[in-house]
Design a protein around this ligand. Sequence first.
Ligand code: AMP
Ligand code: MG
Length: 465
Amino acid sequence: MKIPFENSYVHLPTQMFARQSPAPVSDPALICYNDELATRLRISGAPDVAALSGNAISTGAEPIAQAYAGHQFGHWNPQLGDGRAVLLGEVIDTYGSRCDIQLKGSGQTPFSRRGDGRAWLGPVLREYLVSEAMHALGVPTTRALAAVTTGDTVLREEPLPGAILTRVAQSHIRVGTFQYFAARQDIEALSALTEHVIARHYPDASGPDELLVQVIERYARLIAKWMGLGFIHGVMNTDNVSIAGETIDYGPCAFMDGYHPDMVFSAIDQHGRYAYANQPSIGAWNMAQFATALIPMMPDQDAAIEDFTAAVNRFPILFQNAWKDVFAAKLGIAKVGESDVQLINDLLSLMAAERADFTSVFANLSGGARDQFIDRDAFDSWYNRLKPRQAENAQTIMAGANPQIIPRNHKIEAVIAAGREGDFTPFHQMLGAVTRPYAALTDATEEYAKPPSESQRVTRTFCGT
Ligand code: AMP
Ligand code: MG
């Protein structure tokens, strides 16, 4: 296996990371390897389990743990960083884009605090499935290149099998990376980071002010896409907000089955800070933290505060526009107008009242969706309002906007349960289904489209630790 590393982050000021090799594991075994992604990354040869478990360092890799900070559930934490991951290095993909290759679950680093630096199999399988599903759904996201078991036991509340995910991202730079240096008034690192991010992700931004504007635009569109899929990220801390605008950190995330705006899955989110309907306002809050972190390097800080405040204040309108487009497509509306917002919200209200299955309702809007409702008259009269608004090619628009299959929680749980017994067949089957979310259902994929029964329903998810 040859990875054509071309690293740049290691050449930034040394206080931005710690050199750290992955810690060896006892008996690594490959669960899955993403050939299509490997090809895009110009990685050649058969997957090498030693390299993918951290037991061998590939030629050209310069492993580091990156420093970052963050607001966790609104509380400032000045020192987080890669506590259970190392960045092996970067490659330039076939599109000419620089990508990070990271091992997650690779052992302790200077940022591990009290953690063991490891991951157990459950979160690794979950992240593999959900991140690859997100990519197939058309949502910017980190990717999964490989998953391995380590042969070691990880101690959580009980002993669990250890695993390592190889994660690929446009970069692992977060809002929290900026916050780390801003909090330390480290202008050297803050400026170097800003320059690096602009060159790498926003090449047409002329400086920090335009960078902020463009990050806000990407993040608003990202959250609108989440909303359109009934996706709840679950832990929108600023250390989990990718500067490149990708979905990152699939700890306690979930796709809703039955729709309700107040849905929360994460066991630690007791006050519902990251509930489905709160995601846009948390998005704005996170962008305000990003703006704040840019201020220390601005020559005229008073002027910058004024400009940046205006930029952050545009978040709600940018989000609302993106949201309208996302939901208009889901309804087969080509030119969305103001009255369509009411139409969209009325459907969502009908769905919320009955906790109708989010994915099934949209996937079957022009077919069996009415059967999802107890109050079919209410649905029918709503549908009669929709019809005149739909485009001629509504079916095509809708087919590309409404997946048949999302990675449902109860299915993920079943995959993890089988994996704990050493059976990865359900994992591979599910991966095949969730990576073709818009395809017509077949006998083999139908089960993944079905909402859970009452007894199958998962109501809680947990962080990946
Ligand atoms: P997360 O909840 O995944 O966003 O992680 C928040 C912070 O906790 C990051 O700095 C992680 O590196 C760190 N962390 C999470 N789990 C572990 C672990 N098992 N060992 C060391 N650090 C961890
Ligand atoms: Mg994280």
